[in-house]
Design a protein around this ligand. Sequence first.
Ligand SMILES: CC(=O)N[C@H]1[C@@H](OP(=O)(O)OP(=O)(O)OC[C@H]2O[C@@H](n3ccc(=O)[nH]c3=O)[C@H](O)[C@@H]2O)O[C@H](CO)[C@@H](O)[C@@H]1O[C@H](C)C(=O)N[C@@H](C)C(=O)N[C@H](CCC(=O)O)C(=O)O
Ligand SMILES: Nc1ncnc2c1ncn2[C@@H]1O[C@H](COP(=O)(O)OP(=O)(O)OP(=O)(O)O)[C@@H](O)[C@H]1O
Ligand SMILES: N[C@H](CCC[C@H](N)C(=O)O)C(=O)O
Ligand SMILES: [Mg+2]
Length: 511
Amino acid sequence: MKLSHLIKTISVKNINGASAGSFFNASDINISSIHYNSQEVLPGGLFIAIPGFKSDGHDYIDDALNRGAAAVLVQKPVKKDAVVIEVDNTRKVMGIISAQFYGNPSEHIVLIGITGTNGKTTTSFLIEKILVSAGFNTGVIGTIDWHYMGKSFRNPVTTPESLDLQKILSIMKENGVTHVVMEASSHAIDLHRLDGCHFNIGVFTNLTQDHLDYHKDMESYWQSKQRLFTEYIYLQSKKQQKTGVINCNSLKGKELLRNLKMPCITAGYSQENMVNSKNFQFGLDGITGNISLPGGNFNFKSFLTGDYNLENILCAAGTGAALGIEPDLIKAGIESLKSVSGRIEAVFNTKERFVYVDYAHTPDALENVLSTLKALGTGKIICVFGCGGDRDKNKRPQMGRMAASFSDISIVTSDNPRSEDPGTIINHILPGIHEVCLKEYLYPEILSGFDEKGYLIEPDRRKAINLAVKISSPGDIVLIAGKGHETYQIIGTKTLSFDDRKEAQKALEYI
Ligand SMILES: CC(=O)N[C@H]1[C@@H](OP(=O)(O)OP(=O)(O)OC[C@H]2O[C@@H](n3ccc(=O)[nH]c3=O)[C@H](O)[C@@H]2O)O[C@H](CO)[C@@H](O)[C@@H]1O[C@H](C)C(=O)N[C@@H](C)C(=O)N[C@H](CCC(=O)O)C(=O)O
Ligand SMILES: Nc1ncnc2c1ncn2[C@@H]1O[C@H](COP(=O)(O)OP(=O)(O)OP(=O)(O)O)[C@@H](O)[C@H]1O
Ligand SMILES: N[C@H](CCC[C@H](N)C(=O)O)C(=O)O
Ligand SMILES: [Mg+2]
């Protein structure tokens, strides 16, 4: 693609010190690929220099040129014997340029973005099922993977970098996908990964504490989430019909609704919502109830459980309604989702233990999943959990408080410690546990039984899972929280194979 065409919709400060107009009057060049990592640059490519959190792409311009870059895009004045395009913010223009390079794929598909602290992945899988039941070719981009038509690909972050996102959207579009549902993380919104996307629908699930390492305070985190609607959908999307689907069980959802000028579908338990539910019942085998939405109502049975999953179901049903999908197809979609990997995923066993792996890694998620299990079971609850390193430190004691409040025994272990010391992370969790209980069990003692609510520290996650299973009795519930579908554990700079489900399965064989 000609450089002049690639950058025609962005504001350029200068090219090689001259105005873009005078540069293109003299010459133009061909750009055959785009890169934000110098190590991936191909001859004839455009290298975009991004000032990052760890390093600065501007320091890798020589590397990019040595690998054959035809041009570089910068936000700091740089003198090189090459075509240098200067703009105000390289991260911001990368999305627009990438969309242009890949033929603006989101303009030609129905694009649904989901934001909120918890429930994005689950809601995206529910919406996918509804779209499939309505006969659409559907793609999904999120935490677990990006996939379409039975093909699945690894996704290193929940919402891909803009260049990768536009490429994924174009691959999906080229392969006949007509509808894409994607998670829109707050990092992605803040880091312009969604620039160049034209959404039809935005879904809001909820807002509770997470990611304060990045956003610093709840207000900035909240502002970032709202921008999916106020900026990306309301202002930037070229789509004719734009709709918000808002979970109004959440107070923040109600606040968002008041702030939005675009048409919205409200979802929630109470009958005043456009999508609501009555006569619902929760069991370990799922939820039953009746859903009313514009256009009809139906009885349903979902394999998902917990009141929070009913909120996810209502948001997904609202999205179906926003797209004009018939209620019976929405019902069929909801009922066809058997489970979401690593979300209250039962670990099968013949030992009469109820063992679940769940991705709860926030205080709210831990409270939700534990209170759901507590309400549904009669046995004791043993919860194995830790907190991720290099992530929000402030949520650690709160997760400790939640675990201790709803469990009989909390086994405090490691999640993905990343660059942090596992012992230090555990020390951040303990004050929250101590708000609820002070009893610390030690190994020999716990193996001979427990009557009093308490906790135990075992930094090795494998040993912690083993211990939880070992001390459980028939009828007890063991929740292994935090890592869900993850098949690895990040310790230091090493990513080691690790799967909570497999570890639990092995542990269950030996009791
Ligand atoms: C905080 C954050 O989001 N960081 C992202 C950011 O990294 P960064 O700015 O630190 O990059 P950097 O390492 O300083 O490098 C700066 C630039 O120099 C380039 N470079 C670097 C080295 C080199 O040799 N040559 C070169 O060109 C890099 O490619 C980059 O463009 O830009 C990188 C490239 O796009 C991302 O991979 C990286 O995500 C990291 C891996 C990450 O962990 N992100 C998490 C926190 C995240 O995004 N999470 C959200 C939330 C999930 C949820 O819902 O809970 C998500 O969407 O996944
Ligand atoms: N609507 C909800 N409200 C609160 N908690 C929820 C909700 N849905 C799911 N959860 C809890 O949060 C965990 C993560 O759910 P899910 O993966 O759907 O959320 P997510 O928003 O995609 O998370 P992430 O930000 O890590 O991608 C679940 O395992 C469950 O414990
Ligand atoms: N998307 C979340 C996932 C957290 C999962 C948990 N296992 C952890 O590593 O903290 C994050 O990157 O903060
Ligand atoms: Mg997710």
